[in-house]
Design a protein around this ligand. Structure first.
Ligand code: MBD
Ligand code: FE
Length: 284
């Protein structure tokens, strides 16, 4: 068997980088309770038994599964696989009672500690960064609409080719990543470019699954955000663009109607702009 050459080595590298990143991440605190491990693992295994019976899975398929699972580990795409196909349900469960701005999945490409600015900033970007110039501005308030000072708005997004800095090679470290601290009026304004839709790398194990099943590999163009303020609950979310490709059929099922932006031509005459309000729930 010949191993196909990667049509896009940049893409495959991103999955692997996400695994390296994740192994350095400080994991969410909290003891893992033995009774819950037993209950959850038992139910997960039983759910798979049920699938095997329902579909009369035979040995060729069982071996294909084993080979594929081994490959996901080898090519470092577990973070990608989990965040694309499972994370949205974890988010749904965890954020069920939130009253303010809705959350959605974090995905594999967040990096803490991006450059900090106050009130208004241009995201770090290359000379001649490709893409439609875009002003993303708004306010951070509490649930009653009172502006929050010193709220942190962390923004990260893909470039016009769909690549993230620190995951795809050849992009400056903090490209299209930044944090704004709001002033007393709770306002922030980011000057950036509109990101492109994101395609799951076609040359890794997740791409192989998508191709074997005849699915599509696309997420709609999106902005990633973490918004927080003293005494408030942090929200991890994403914003999408009305009418954009795959807003209706995100492979990661992470779009919610209240997270869709409707940008208008910018008053400056160049590019587009939009205003969005974040409302934060009180800390638990
Ligand atoms: C992404 O950019 C992303 O946001 C998710 C959730 C999965 C893969 C790539
Ligand atoms: Fe993303």
């Amino acid at each position: 068997m010949t191993i196909p050459t990667a049509p896009n080595p940049t893409a495959a590298g991103s999955g692997r980088s996400a695994t390296e990143r994740f192994s350095q991440k400080e994991l969410s605190a909290g003891a893992v309770d033995q009774a819950r491990v037993s209950a959850i693992a038992t139910d997960a295994i039983h759910a798979l038994h049920e699938v095997i019976r329902r579909h009369h899975v035979h040995y060729a398929e069982y071996d294909a599964l084993k080979a594929w699972l081994i490959r996901v580990g080898e090519d470092g795409e577990w973070p990608l696989f989990l965040d694309v196909w499972l994370e949205h349900v974890v988010e749904e469960v965890v954020n069920a009672d939130r009253l303010g701005t809705s959350g959605t999945i974090e995905g594999p490409y967040y990096i803490p500690g991006s450059p900090e600015f106050r009130s208004e900033a241009t995201l770090p970007m290359r000379d001649g960064e490709q893409g439609t110039p875009f002003v993303f501005q708004g306010t951070v308030t509490d649930l009653d609409g009172n502006p929050l000072e010193d709220a942190r708005v962390e923004l990260w997004h893909a470039d016009d080719d769909g690549y993230y800095s620190q995951f795809a090679p050849g992009i400056p470290e903090w490209n299209l990543r930044g944090t704004i601290l709001t002033g007393p009026d709770g306002r922030f304004a980011f000057h950036t470019i509109k990101p492109a839709p994101y395609q799951i790398p076609t040359d890794g194990s997740c791409g192989a699954l998508i191709a074997a099943a005849g699915w599509h590999a696309w997420r709609p163009a999106h902005l990633h955000l973490k918004v927080s303020a003293p005494g408030k609950q942090l929200v991890t979310t994403q914003l999408y663009f009305e009418g954009g490709e795959h807003v209706e059929d995100d492979v990661a099922q992470a779009v919610k109607p209240q997270l869709i932006l409707r940008p208008t031509p910018a008053t400056s005459g160049v590019g587009e702009e939009v205003i969005y309000g974040f409302a934060l729930d009180p800390a638990a």
